[in-house]
Design a protein around this ligand. Structure first.
Ligand SMILES: Cc1cc2nc3c(=O)[nH]c(=O)nc-3n(C[C@H](O)[C@H](O)[C@H](O)COP(=O)(O)OP(=O)(O)OC[C@H]3O[C@@H](n4cnc5c(N)ncnc54)[C@H](O)[C@@H]3O)c2cc1C
Length: 481
């Protein structure tokens, strides 16, 4: 029997309780929503289907993409401005970035950082230069995108914006520990083992509440202000992936907790919401660290270069999966050979680039031609095709030569979904006509956020919490008797 994802009010079970705002899912976006809705005076109920809060957010690296001159950026000696951040986001999150979201996020980013500090998170004002994800130290700032790489470096003044809570390594657990503790001491009420199954809709289309299974019993809960869906993405729903994002099924690391099955997106969609960027994902091709791996050269299945190798691993992954049919090889010579920290198989070795190309099955002569062109310019520290930065532009002309596997099916590629319910910059869920769907809000990976495509590390927790707070406020404002 197909589960009904939306019920007309007249057919729904009688209300068992009511509140002002219902938040569905207690990850980073849900916690931020609940904190802000309850701070605005709304009676707030959080339903979480697991036995505790955290979701994928608790498994994450905890990097938050924030900027514009935060205390951490200033303390670490970096200048940044809301304008530079906006310009970067507009350039990176293309081809159709959400200008209103990028503007709001950039303008209020310093205040959003301060909000995290107010929730009990501590950040060390120290820059970690070696990696674009969470550092192994408790340093608080990294370059977590492609700000310093071409073409972005020519568009916006670069600044590191990856903010890392003060703990060595992955900080997602600490982040969610603090946010869940803040929710627990707020007036918001959390009910766990509570799965939302369907939305309830009035005859005029307004979302009135929802049906949930709580400890095995059916509850029908009315929301006087609105329902906020913060249920995460859909990387663990094969049917949705087949339908919307089949490329992501090719990636061999699926990044997400088991709750990422798209239930919120499906409910919102059934209730009349539009979706956006459903085919897009964050796809990491982790060839760094160490950063010196950028001295290698990436080629596609035709033996041709296609990108500057010093870009953030998320943009490299997007390039390979979406534009090179998932096939790439990372080339080195003997003098510059460097193993990425995440192991990759050595697929071919040869005394000439032609030998390597033959072993890889590339078109005859292709690799020789590519590397001749690259090396000729690299001797002058130039990369006229893709403008890789000078420290990484060196001739690869010392045999033996080798190629590491960067193909999507056989080497590490990590993916999570970026598409979801279409929302505006206030967290209101939109209809296909672009109108707010009354009573329904969303944030985090249940929605299509800032980066789809063009992911920089920290944008998911960052935009989820930022637009979650806005959704919580907006739903609180709308409460009626
Ligand atoms: C290893 C790893 C590293 C990462 N590193 C980073 C990073 O450094 N920075 C960054 O920005 N992003 C990172 N990400 C991605 C990021 O963690 C997620 O995109 C983000 O946590 C999504 O947050 P969310 O609040 O939307 O969803 P989640 O945190 O997944 O929360 C959703 C919650 O909703 C609940 N739920 C789902 N359906 C229902 C339902 N029907 N009823 C009730 N409850 C429901 C789930 O159980 C879950 O608790 C990383 C991810 C992983 C796995």
């Amino acid at each position: 029997m197909t589960q009904q994802l939306v019920l007309d009010e007249r057919d729904a079970p009688a209300w068992t309780e009511e509140t002002d705002v219902i938040v569905v899912g207690l990850g980073c976006a849900g916690a931020a929503t609940a904190l802000e809705a309850s701070a605005a005076g709304a009676e707030t109920l959080v339903l979480e289907r697991a036995s505790g809060g955290g979701g994928t957010s608790a498994l994450s690296g905890g990097v938050l993409y924030l900027g514009g001159g935060t205390a951490v950026q200033q303390g670490a000696g970096f200048e940044d401005s809301a304008e530079a951040m906006f310009q970067y986001l507009m350039a990176a999150c293309g081809p159709a970035p959400d200008e209103a979201k990028a503007a709001a996020y950039s303008e209020e980013s310093v205040a959003h950082f301060d909000w995290f500090v107010a929730q009990g998170l501590d950040f060390s004002p120290v820059f970690y230069p070696h990696y674009s994800g969470e550092p192994p130290t408790d340093d608080g700032l990294v370059f977590s995108g492609s700000e310093g790489a071409w073409p972005y470096v020519e568009i916006a003044k670069p600044a590191p914006r990856g903010h890392c809570p003060k703990i060595p390594g992955a900080a997602g657990g600490l982040l969610m520990q603090k946010l869940c503790a803040a929710v627990a001491t707020s007036p918001a009420r959390v009910v766990t083992d509570a799965r939302c199954d369907a939305l309830i809709r009035a005859s005029d289309g307004t979302i009135q509440g929802l049906v949930a299974r709580v400890d095995g019993a059916t509850r029908s809960i009315r929301a006087r202000g609105g329902v906020v869906l913060t249920t995460g993405g859909f990387i663990h729903n094969d049917t949705m992936l087949d339908l919307h994002a089949p490329e992501l099924r090719r990636c061999n690391i699926r990044v997400g907790a088991e709750g990422d099955d798209g239930s919120g997106i499906q409910m919102g969609n059934a209730a009349g919401a539009a979706t956006l960027n459903m085919g897009m994902g964050s796809i990491s091709l982790p060839i760094h660290p160490p950063k010196s791996v950028s001295r290698g050269v990436l080629v596609n299945g035709q033996g041709q270069r296609f990108v500057n190798e010093d870009r953030y691993m998320g943009l490299l992954g997007e390039q390979v999966l979406y534009h090179q049919d998932g096939t790439a090889f990372l080339l080195f010579d003997d003098a510059n050979f460097e193993r990425p920290a995440m192991p990759r198989d050595l697929l071919a070795v040869g005394e000439t680039w032609d030998e390597v190309g033959q072993e890889l099955g590339l078109p005859p002569g292709a690799l020789e031609a590519t590397m001749r062109l690259y090396n000729d310019a690299a001797k002058h520290e130039q990369d006229p095709a893709f403008h890789k930065r000078p420290p990484y532009v060196v001739p690869l002309d010392q045999p033996p030569f080798g190629a590491l596997d960067c193909r999507v099916e056989s080497s590490p590629f990590a993916a999570f979904t970026l598409g979801g319910l279409h929302t505006n910059e206030w967290g209101e869920v939109l209809t296909p006509a672009g109108e707010p769907l009354p009573g329904l809000y969303g944030a985090g990976r249940a929605t299509s956020g800032l980066a789809a495509p063009g992911y920089s590390s920290g944008l998911s927790l960052g935009d989820g919490s930022f637009f979650g707070r806005r959704a919580g406020r907006r739903a609180a404002e709308q409460r009626r008797s």
